[in-house]
Write a protein that binds this ligand. Structure first.
Ligand SMILES: NC(=O)c1ccc[n+]([C@@H]2O[C@H](COP(=O)([O-])OP(=O)(O)OC[C@H]3O[C@@H](n4cnc5c(N)ncnc54)[C@H](O)[C@@H]3O)[C@@H](O)[C@H]2O)c1
Length: 344
């Protein structure tokens, strides 16, 4: 069965393509490479020893999308493509609304034209805003604090309206918590340019001496050690959650929403200390002012995904810290040798 993966050369998409191929699906990737590199396609092939079809295409481009649907017998779609930086979305809201909404609407229109009505969508725990209770359940009130989050909430609404208009659709909305880690091979992972928004890429850049010091934003939150607590999930566990979700939408019609997290929260300092211990490397940090909009604690209730998708995260915080660093060390080695040792 052939699955179209939009944003498939990105961080979560590339890991999901590996899991799809390993589970026997055929994979067609569509990505405009605005935040990823073409070489990822080859790395997916090396990891899985399977072929994958790649189209450089903007998902907003309906004309090109139609040609792809015409040529490939797409049975279902996993839609990762989109912009994801909260801070950037505050500065460039139109760019976020344009890309995230238009790509989704174009994709859904073309899917509808071709009678392909099965989709898994990447949403985010950011749609819960500042939760009143923990752990966070899927039926909690939704509220966003930035344009990026608003795009996710609007798309969730579009998908619900679409299903209400036509019960033939099968839709899974996945709300991710905080994906970190990388594939064990060290070939694919997350490597943003400049100063990262998220904690783990920031820790890794400081450990790797690309940045001098890690800024820890606030130490007066209502948590164990005063720093913010988040539910970190290994990207390979997250990718495996997509296999369960796509199997579910292939099998059953309907629309449903699932949290994908571990159900456990770690503070910023706990994550730094674990990273230092596991990788035996120093990560200098300093406490600075809180960032506006950051919340004290956030972790998922994972009961629904466990019960309905039969999925739960298996990898622990040590695995996440080790694999995140291994990816960067491996990428550095590859760059020095001109990428020659891209083999497993
Ligand atoms: N990483 C996280 O912390 C996180 C958390 C919650 C939700 N998400 C969501 O998961 C999805 C994947 O996230 P990621 O971390 O892998 O991000 P990523 O930036 O690594 O991957 C997204 C991919 O989509 C591509 N893309 C963007 N706009 C496109 C367009 N119009 N047409 C074609 N390709 C396009 C980019 O080139 C990139 O390869 C995103 O929708 C993101 O909002 C991510």
């Amino acid at each position: 069965m052939k699955i179209l993966v939009t944003g498939g050369t990105g961080y979560i998409g590339s890991h999901t393509c590996c899991e799809l191929l390993n589970s026997g699906f055929d994979v067609v990737i569509v990505d405009n490479l605005s935040n990823s590199k073409r070489e990822v396609v080859n790395k997916i092939r090396i990891i899985t020893k399977k072929n994958v079809t790649f189209y450089k295409c903007d998902v907003c481009d309906k004309y090109k999308l139609r040609k792809i649907f015409d040529r490939e017998d797409i049975q279902a779609v996993i839609h990762f493509a989109g912009y994801k930086a909260v801070g950037e979305s505050v500065k460039e809201p139109l760019m976020y609304y344009h890309n995230n909404l238009l790509s989704t609407i174009s994709l859904l229109e073309v899917m509808k034209e071709f009678g392909c009505k099965k989709i898994v969508f990447s949403s985010s725990a950011t749609v819960y805003g500042n939760p009143q209770k923990l752990p966070i359940k899927e039926d909690f009130p939704l509220h966003t604090t930035n344009p990026y989050g608003s795009t996710k909430l609007i798309i969730e609404g579009i998908l619900k309206d679409l299903y209400n208009s036509d019960n033939d659709w099968s839709i899974a909305i996945l709300r991710y918590f905080n994906p970190i880690g990388a594939h064990k091979s060290g070939l694919i992972g997350e490597d943003p340019n400049g100063i990262p928004n998220n904690l783990m890429p920031y820790i890794v850049k400081v450990a790797n001496k690309q940045l001098d010091v890690l800024n820890v934003f606030g130490s007066d939150y209502k948590t164990r050690d005063g720093t913010g607590v988040r539910d970190y999930i290994h990207v390979v566990d997250l990718a495996k959650g997509h296999i369960k979700a796509i199997e579910k939408v292939i099998k059953d019609k309907g629309i449903d929403t699932y949290n994908l997290g571990t159900g456990r929260g770690y503070s910023v300092l706990e994550l730094i200390n674990t990273f230092v211990k596991v990788n035996k490397i120093d990560v200098p940090y300093k406490i600075v002012e809180r960032r506006p909009g950051d919340i004290d604690m956030c972790y998922a209730s994972t009961e629904k995904a466990k019960k309905i998708l039969n999925w739960s995260a298996k990898l622990n915080i040590e695995d996440m810290c080790r694999d995140s660093y291994n990816f960067v060390v491996n990428s550095k080695k590859n760059k020095k040798s001109g990428g020659k040792h891209e083999s497993l």
